[in-house]
Design a protein around this ligand. Structure first.
Ligand code: ZN
Length: 133
């Protein structure tokens, strides 16, 4: 019995485990499998299994560096997507200002409406870009 426990401990030692990308993959897989059961389209089920297999592969991987780089890329894309969403949401809510995202560092910049074409300087990275306000 102790031998099995020892072997399991050895197997799970130094494995990468779960991270935000892994959770996103698991969520995607779950949504796809629900879609597959509702729509009865087999393709969703196959894609769901592939995504889940990749997630499990990542969890048991010992290549920390590669998994970490993948997760960093995911977090970067997620941050940009969240900021894009925030720009859209703020633009809809605020009638007096325009919201833009700096093309270089993705900082959200607010400018007052009705000033015509203006050059905007990003407060974070000093990058200049031209937009209509
Ligand atoms: Zn910037």
């Amino acid at each position: 019995m102790n031998n099995i426990k020892y072997k399991l401990q050895r197997f799970f030692r130094n494995r990468y485990g779960a991270d935000p990308l892994g959770l996103a993959l698991a969520g995607t897989s779950l949504i796809l499998s629900i879609l597959a059961s509702i729509t009865r389209i087999g393709l969703f089920s196959i894609i769901s299994m592939i995504v889940m297999a990749y997630e499990i592969y990542r969890m048991f991987s010992k290549n920390y560096v590669k998994r970490r780089i993948e997760n960093d890329h995911y977090m970067e894309y997620k941050t940009i997507a969240q900021r894009r969403w925030k720009v859209i949401r703020n633009s809809l809510r605020d009638r007096n200002n325009h919201y833009y995202m700096c093309p270089k560092c993705h900082q959200i910049v607010r400018v007052p409406k009705g000033r015509g074409k203006i050059e905007i300087t990003c407060p974070s990275c000093r990058n200049k870009f031209v937009k209509k306000s």
